[in-house]
Design a protein around this ligand. Sequence first.
Ligand SMILES: Cc1cc2nc3c(=O)[nH]c(=O)nc-3n(C[C@H](O)[C@H](O)[C@H](O)COP(=O)(O)O)c2cc1C
Length: 194
Amino acid sequence: MPGSKKTNAAIVALCGSPHTNGNTATALRLLFNELTGISKKIYFAYELAVHPCTGCGFCSREFGCIFDDGMNELYDVLQNSRMLIIASPLYFSHLPSPLKSIIDRCQVFWEYYNRGNTPRQQQYGFALLVGGGNYSTMFMPSVMTLRHLFNSLNYRFDEEKYVLLPDINNKKDIKNDDITKKIATAARYIKKLL
Ligand SMILES: Cc1cc2nc3c(=O)[nH]c(=O)nc-3n(C[C@H](O)[C@H](O)[C@H](O)COP(=O)(O)O)c2cc1C
């Protein structure tokens, strides 16, 4: 792919929460703590201030975007890391808009592979989603969108392995046993992949 420089972190997480120490970031850091010996980095979607996609069609002709913003670094990172973890709260049963803007701007990859290009290495997608509510299929819209994202990136993913944490605001301590167990299981899965 054009214009790529090496990114050191094997695992890159994109956090969709505006809170750098909120429930999502706390759960993500618990997962990172389990992934010893693997280089990792967190990007916060709100800090990247990515312009929404305008569907201008530029990326259907060449790799890149008309907007010069935080995506420049992310395009690089998404080509070079081994795994992308999307860590996010639910907002109206979906992903918060700054994170969704980043996902939409990944159309660059869909177009790139649609032109017949092939990925240079096997990469993986993973998700850690939290919600204040507890209702049936609450994570489904986000999981569906991430399915499209990881397919567009040509990443492998297994939705059965995602860490899904409902009712998060009623957990007095996010480090409670239930969450710790889910995170430990996810960490074992990720370690086997990488
Ligand atoms: C604007 C907004 C919309 C929300 N919508 C939902 C929702 O649809 N479903 C849900 O389960 N929780 C919803 N929540 C609750 C958050 O997902 C929950 O509080 C989460 O822990 C916030 O994560 P954070 O602490 O990492 O920011 C919403 C919160 C906000 C601020």
